[in-house]
Design a protein. Structure first.
Length: 398
């Protein structure tokens, strides 16, 4: 009697998987705690890898400039230290951008929120003092407006404290605060060290992972996986760099135009639109609505002109700037961009809106390549069988 060891192994694997699945479903809390502990341990390394991924493009350009300078007579020594000098300059640029965000964007955003609360307070008080002029409103709405009693000072202080404290994250107790600060410093230091290591050894690490993939997988699958990873890396890099560049250009255009036409709150609204423009599709329109609300408290007619100016700039940006800055790096049709933003926003909030566009782009390109190959194989089979498309249709009708 011959024993089918292959079938036995398959059944043993199925049984083992069933047992593990049953155990996992009955110990979800333990698994969630283990996953949380694991993520807590690897968070500095994930953050360091993300920083290295973001900085790899600026590093490549800065290192290229250093290598060009090393060809000049008297600067040949730069060639030996081009990588470390490039990393140093890249991190200095990165820190300068962070400082700019901390000391320019965040205070302006806090100021915008304060102005918004103050303007809303004036608007409601104006409504309450002139309810007799609002004949189109029902008496119930007028009574509700008159009954509004809001402590605007307390509300403003709460919002400012909420922003400053990191969206409501409050550290409990002195010991907990010291521990959290120390842990944050250690994790940040580890992340920066890890990112520096990744950037300094990126070619070596690339070769090692390539060898590993070819050692584990068949040559065809290993090459396909490397191609997918390369395409994903380029897509994400191009998308993020393009989004940041586009946001800076858009904010600058608004700042210049608003100063030319003497709109109020030019700096606050421009910075807010630039920051919110990092959120695809919806971000700039949120900035427009907020800016228009700020301006309408000062001059309603200027608010109308601001919306018109916003629509004109958006057309220029969408038809001229975005295709040139972001280009075809994403390669995703508009309908799928909308789907990616909607799904990403539902799954992960604002971060999902940003991440799901390049992620969808990678899947879209993979599906396009697979479809093209499948159609080419079908066409080759038809030709090999001696059929044309018309002959195939005629045979099907018969």
């Amino acid at each position: 009697m011959r024993i089918d060891w292959k079938a036995i192994r398959q059944w043993l694997l199925i049984i083992a998987f069933g047992i593990l699945l049953y155990w996992g479903l009955n110990h979800m809390d333990m698994i969630a705690g283990g996953i949380g502990s694991f993520l807590g341990m690897v968070t500095p390394f994930l953050f360091g890898a993300a920083v290295a991924f973001i900085l790899r493009r600026p590093l490549a350009r800065i290192e290229s400039l250093i290598l060009r300078l090393s060809r000049v007579k008297g600067f040949g020594f730069l060639k030996k230290i081009s990588r470390m000098l490039g990393i140093l300059l890249t991190f200095l640029l990165f820190i300068a951008v962070l400082i700019l965000v901390l000391f320019l964007v965040i205070p302006e955003f806090v100021r915008a929120v304060s102005i918004l609360i103050s303007s809303l307070e004036q608007f409601i008080r104006r409504l309450q003092s002139n309810t007799e002029n609002w004949d189109f409103l029902s008496q119930q709405v007028i009574d509700w407006i008159n009954s509004l009693q809001i402590d605007w000072t307390a509300l403003g202080n709460e919002v400012r404290n909420w922003l400053i404290s990191g969206a409501g994250t409050v550290l409990g107790g002195t010991v907990g605060a010291v521990s959290a600060v120390f842990s944050g410093v250690v994790n940040t230091f580890m992340a920066l060290v890890f990112s520096i290591y990744l950037l300094s050894q990126k070619e070596k690490l690339g070769r090692q992972f390539t060898r590993l993939f070819y050692a584990i997988l068949p040559d065809k699958q290993a090459k396909g996986l490397l191609d997918i990873l390369s395409m994903a890396g380029d897509t994400f890099s191009n998308f993020f760099s393009g989004q940041i560049t586009e946001a800076v250009i858009l904010g600058s255009m608004f700042f210049v135009c608003m100063n030319i036409f003497r709109f109020p709150y030019a700096l606050v609204i421009s910075v807010m639109i630039a920051v919110l423009a990092l959120i695809p599709i919806f971000g700039a329109f949120i900035g427009c609505a907020t800016g228009a609300f700020l301006i309408v408290m000062v001059d309603p007619m200027k608010a109308v002109w601001f919306v018109i100016m916003f629509l004109i700039i958006q057309q220029i940006e969408g038809n001229l700037i975005y295709p040139r800055v972001v280009g075809s790096s994403v390669g995703l049709p508009s309908i799928w961009v909308l789907v990616a933003v909607t799904v990403g926003g539902s799954a992960m909030g604002i971060i999902g809106m940003v991440l799901f566009i390049p992620l969808f782009s990678v899947f879209y390109n993979l599906l396009r390549i697979w479809t093209g190959r499948r159609l080419a194989v079908k066409e080759a089979r038809k030709k090999a069988a001696g059929y044309t498309d018309d002959q195939q249709e005629a045979k099907g009708e018969q």
